[in-house]
Design a protein around this ligand. Structure first.
Ligand code: URA
Length: 210
């Protein structure tokens, strides 16, 4: 597993406003969307392409297009939904699957409550979206499922990561074709499983505490 922390002043600027507890939900959703687009630019650096023949108004030439099979984007419900538009904006050919995972707040174990994805992911590049890499349980379970279905290149796009979650991913996904792209690896997890300094509960901040 590889981790890539995107070091860019625009990323740092947007992340600072996302962290600020005074930022309201509408602003939070807009900034998360913008931040994902910046992370997506880095996350898709190795997206597969093919050479195509085209004609400009002046001359025939060759160019590059996203190739088939189409990349698959998988937001993890619920907070990953707030990252979907920002990702597919840059990946217009992408297909979208959905994975509903919930974390037991006491045991911090992740379980799947909904899944809509192709059975066969052989040869597919997959982008998993989850704003917070906290304990790593949810992302590890999601990525293991994708690899079991045949995905041969998985990139997790997360807004924030905790060092504990990164360590779990490195241990559980050692030797797998997985990359994590994030805006920051924060200090630590607190005793409630929240990232410190973090930004709070990403789903609640996007959608309210329902
Ligand atoms: N999930 C969140 O939404 N926030 C955290 O800090 C950790 C997990």
């Amino acid at each position: 597993m590889r981790i890539h922390v995107v070091d860019h002043p625009l990323v740092a600027h947007k992340l600072t406003t996302l962290r600020d507890k005074r930022t309201d939900s509408a602003t939070f959703r807009r900034l998360a969307d913008e931040l994902v687009t910046l992370l997506a630019y880095e996350a898709t650096r190795d997206v597969r392409t093919e050479v195509v023949d085209i004609e400009t108004p002046v001359t025939p030439t060759t160019g590059v297009k996203l190739s088939y099979p189409r990349p698959l984007v998988v937001p993890i419900l619920r907070a990953g939904l707030g990252m979907l538009d920002g990702m597919v904006r840059l990946l217009p050919t992408a297909e979208v699957g959905f994975l509903g995972m919930i974390r037991n707040e006491e045991t911090l174990q992740a379980s799947t409550y909904a899944s809509r994805m192709p059975e066969d992911l052989s040869g597919r590049q997959v982008y998993v979206l989850d704003p917070m890499l906290a304990t790593g349980g949810t992302l590890v379970a999601a990525i293991q499922e994708l690899i079991k279905r045949g995905a041969d290149d998985v990139t997790a796009v997360v807004l924030l990561a905790a060092p504990e979650g990164v360590a779990v991913m490195e241990r559980e996904l050692a030797g797998t074709p997985v990359t994590v792209v994030t805006a920051s690896v924060d200090e630590r997890l607190n005793e409630h499983g929240y990232i410190v300094p973090g930004l709070g509960d990403a789903g609640d901040r996007m959608y309210g505490s329902v």
